[in-house]
Design a protein around this ligand. Sequence first.
Ligand code: NAD
Length: 502
Amino acid sequence: MKTIGHFVNGMHYDGDSDRISAVFNPATGVQTAAVRLATKAEIDSVVELAASAQTAWGTTPPAKRAQVMFRFRDLLNRHIDELAELLSAEHGKTLADAKGEIARGIEVVEFVCGIPQLLKGEYSGQVAGGVDSYSMRQAVGVVAGITPFNFPAMVPLWMYPVSLACGNAFVLKPSERDPSVVLRIAELLHDAGLPAGLFHVVNGDKEAVDALLDNPQIDAVSFVGSTAIGEYIYARGTANGKRVQALCGAKNHMVIMPDADMNQVVDALMGAGYGSAGERCMAISVAVPVGEDTAERLIEKLTPRIHALNVAPYTDPASDMGPVISKQALERIKGYIAEGEAAGAKLVVDGRGLKLQGYEEGYFLGGCLFDEVTTDMSIYQNEIFGPVVSVVRTGEYEEAVEMINAHEYGNGTAIFTRDGDTARDFCSRVRIGMVGVNVPIPVPVAYHSFGGWKRSLFGDHHIHGMEGVRFNTQLKTMTTRWPSGIRDGAVFNFHTGSDTQA
Ligand code: NAD
């Protein structure tokens, strides 16, 4: 059986820990590899390498750092098929979906190819007599990234291209459930000319994460994953004086107004609810039709489409969605379905009986649809992270907005309507970080920033785009006076901009 190690100092490193975690092919349920879980001592020595490499990189001209990103982008594009295959074999998502995720990651690399422009500071001449002021953004130092299983290529790519382009060194601790694609991408980044020492991938679990959070040479931590872990990482990281952004769980609602085009709504909901088996932090998991007639039309059109879903392994090019990530995830999702039924929700489509010939041990679940869900039910309150959509019927638009605003999560939401007034009101009043109007999964493009509100994000900065640049840099502001020959004696009052001694 293959053993997966780490990528340290520009090359593969087996690791010396005897603790391992199993990696499975979710379509077959067969173990394909064992990944080594790094020890605290290994993490500490990797961080040391990163810290010593960062000093020179931080003062390397941004245009030179951008050159690495230009070559990295080309290599990613050239290897996209190979990367998608690696990704799908461990994650289970369809190849088209895997390529889409990698492409969205490449867009972040494209964004940071313009890093000299992004790091440009501000300048004000003559802020007082003979005094000029300017600002610059400098790297924070060594940044750690801790990432989830569901986007094993894209989420790390949200982080380290921005961080490295800004002049930091980066230590990535990816998900131990699908570690292969990120290791291959690390090779490509070094083939692109990144100097050794600046980017390391260490596989691990809580021990590795805690070692990163406690290491005084780590200056900032980017985390993406579940809320329970993100909240812990934020608390421990900030208690240790680090800058932390922790992007977390979600429960994304789609409001369907009576005037919406129902065919468009159903197409959108199929992709957003069941694509990637519902394992996206921006998946729509709650549909909120406004008015009884809207609800009836939605259920009528949606039900046959869910029955027609082609649930199949990624090796089948006609697959709409693959398995969920693990046996435990499958059991957790089935547990929620049982809770929903017990609480009185109506299970309109039950995907639990799905069996695929030749893949009986795979973690497959058919699409599921609940109707008549109420806000006190666990299937409404919690993130299920599987192919399960809940319909919560509302009488009024206002009720829908209140419901979304009251939910503890605030990652994404969407409204489907033909009415500009309603859409505009929704965008303005909804307490959610990313909002779609007739767009079901409003994931911002790379040059905007991704992030939720409420318990979907701990920390102040969203990720990638200019917020990513801000997170990965510190602002420094200079106040300078030339010529140096001026003497005004000791001044004991506080200077103001209207001082004009010169
Ligand atoms: P997870 O929280 O289980 O794992 C995320 C990372 O934390 C992994 O690297 C894991 O090894 C590490 N980790 C797990 N347990 C830990 C512990 N006890 N102590 C320290 N570190 C630990 O998340 P997951 O199951 O891999 O991913 C799914 C979750 O991620 C969902 O909740 C989803 O909504 C969320 N997610 C959020 C976003 C976003 O941008 N908001 C994007 C993608 C995924």
